[in-house]
Design a protein around this ligand. Structure first.
Ligand code: PLP
Length: 295
């Protein structure tokens, strides 16, 4: 099969998310699609899994057959002219292998026609697993080397390279270790960093406070770029990782280079966090409404 056809010069650029569905609408492909819209790109989707989920957590997961995931990607990329793609929840080793295979077949990924952002989603913020334990090895070996950019948070850094980040300085070390796994660019997101050590399970009683400043480190194997900003104090952060990666993907679809796309995504997620809202009895979502408003 040939590379994606050229992007239409009359309609908006097209971005693809390869992701799971969140029935609560706060994260997953729902967050990706509304971010794509708010960022001026047409969103299309290859569904990987359907989660039964609300603001309290994930109660069930049904995986889509790997061949159906691959066929969805093939169908849209060969017809719609996808300009950038991202992955979110991939659920299983078999789905990751199917995605990696089809990416090669139709020129998605590192140094290819269509840039690929890999958000290595492993668990929800409530700790519900969104990736099978035995899928980590293939995520490392099959997908990360195909990524234009990976966007792990500190929990995902620990899973991928076994580093427990306790200080901003260690984020630079982690970026080096992750880059050695093969992606073209790495963005280590420091939003979960707590004073003192980043802990897998911070004590419920008096947990160390999250840092008042956030640092994200972008690395391409040669240069580091630091993105710093004040922590936005909201308990409603559901979908924040997906939304950042989707905003970056939107900018890539519009032709931005990776550093500019990350700058754009950081600005977008800062506003989405500033406008996050409570929903349900648990954790509410970050909001695209700072940009999208009813008439
Ligand atoms: N559900 C789905 C389907 C997701 O893809 C994700 C993240 O990618 C989540 C839940 C987790 O979102 P959060 O960690 O913001 O709760």
């Amino acid at each position: 099969m040939t590379a994606a056809p050229p992007v239409s010069s009359t309609g908006p650029p097209v971005a693809l998310t390869i992701a799971g569905s969140d029935s609560g609408g706060g994260a997953g492909l729902q967050a990706d699609l509304r971010t794509f819209t708010a960022c001026g790109v047409h969103g299309c989707v290859a569904v990987t899994a359907v989660t039964v989920q609300n603001s309290m957590g994930v109660m069930g997961i049904v995986e889509i057959p790997p061949s159906t995931v691959a066929n969805q990607i093939r169908a849209v990329v060969t017809d719609l002219g996808v300009a950038a793609a991202k992955t979110g929840m991939l659920a299983s080793a078999a789905i990751i292998c199917a995605v990696a295979g089809v990416c090669d077949e139709i020129s998605i990924g590192r140094c290819r026609v269509v840039p690929l952002v890999v958000d290595p989603v492993a668990a929800s913020m409530h700790g519900d697993p969104l990736l099978a334990d035995d899928a980590l090895t293939v995520l490392r070996s099959e997908l990360l080397p195909r990524a234009t950019l990976i966007t792990p948070n500190l929990d995902e850094v620990r899973l991928l390279v076994g580093m427990d980040i306790g200080s901003p300085a260690e984020q630079y070390e982690a970026a080096r270790a992750l880059h050695a796994l093969g992606p073209r660019w790495v963005l280590v997101k420091g939003g979960h960093l707590r004073d003192g050590a980043q802990r897998k399970n911070p004590p419920k009683k008096n947990p160390p406070k999250k840092n008042s400043q956030c640092l994200d480190v972008l690395y391409d194997g040669r240069e580091f770029t630091a993105f710093t900003g004040p922590r936005l104090a909201t308990p409603h952060t559901h979908g924040s990782g997906d939304t950042l990666a989707a905003a970056i993907t939107s900018a890539l679809a519009r032709g931005a280079a990776v550093p500019e796309a990350v700058t754009y995504g950081k600005r977008y997620i800062a506003q989405a966090l500033a406008h996050a809202y409570p929903l349900g009895a648990g954790v509410g979502p970050v909001s695209p409404f700072w940009r999208v408003r009813p008439d």
